[in-house]
Write a protein that binds this ligand. Structure first.
Ligand code: GRF
Length: 215
């Protein structure tokens, strides 16, 4: 963790609607974060609504088209240049619809967060809410985790449980999970930027007793 009063510049990556980004921004404006500051938004989709929200709120926003680059590394290098330009030290994926590759993972080891609309490790990948309904689970929810090279596989920072109701559709369940995502993401971003923690195996341990030491 950085020294006690240091501001931590956060770069947000998104591909679409950007409601999680909006929720984080609202919390930031309310003074909820002591150290995290969203300093830029980068999208792989020029039509992402999240870019409009960013600009309307005075946050520098950039669209980087993957297909305009000769490969994933070149694309991620272009993204990285923007993040570096803004001094980003923590990346928050907020509906970013690509697997993060080596360039960003190597530059931000253990410094990329993602949110997923299920209780991981159940239902990774696309249409997590539909997968939950089709599987017949009684509870689903959302997960914030550190990003590794896999799809939705990194160490878990926080989760919230949402019951699946008998008449839920993909839309109604998604809506209830999304409301919890907005709270959970802010809570987890606050914790990783304000509390000491370490990652032991797959477990993210917070707090002064995180090493399991006994007094
Ligand atoms: C959210 O459900 C998030 O969990 C998933 O993609 C969706 C993005 O929604 N990764 P939004 O763009 O933040 O509104």
């Amino acid at each position: 963790m950085e020294s006690a009063d240091e501001i931590i510049p956060v770069g947000v990556m998104l591909s679409g609607r950007g409601s999680n980004f909006e929720a984080l921004l609202r919390k930031q404006c309310d003074g909820y974060f002591q150290r995290a500051r969203i300093v830029c938004v980068v999208s792989d989709n020029p039509d992402a609504r999240g870019l409009v929200t960013a600009k309307a709120n005075g946050i520098p926003a950039y669209a980087i088209a993957p297909h305009a680059h000769p490969g994933k590394a070149a694309y991620e290098n272009a993204v990285l240049q923007i993040l570096l330009q803004h001094g980003v030290s923590l990346v928050v994926l907020a509906g970013y619809m690509r697997i993060v590759g080596r360039v960003l993972l190597d530059h931000f080891p253990g410094r990329i967060l993602n949110i997923h609309p299920s209780l991981l490790p159940s239902f990774p990948g696309l249409h997590a809410q539909r997968q939950a309904i089709e599987h017949g689970v009684r509870f689903s929810g959302c997960t914030v985790h550190f990003v590794d090279a896999g799809m939705d596989t990194g160490p878990i920072i926080g989760q919230r449980v949402v019951p699946v109701l008998p008449d839920d559709t993909e839309d109604t369940l998604s809506e209830r999970i999304l409301a919890q995502e907005h709270e959970l993401y802010a809570e987890c971003l606050k914790r990783v930027t304000e509390e000491p923690y370490e990652i032991r195996g797959r477990t993210v341990c917070f707090g002064p007793q995180r090493r399991g030491d006994r007094a």
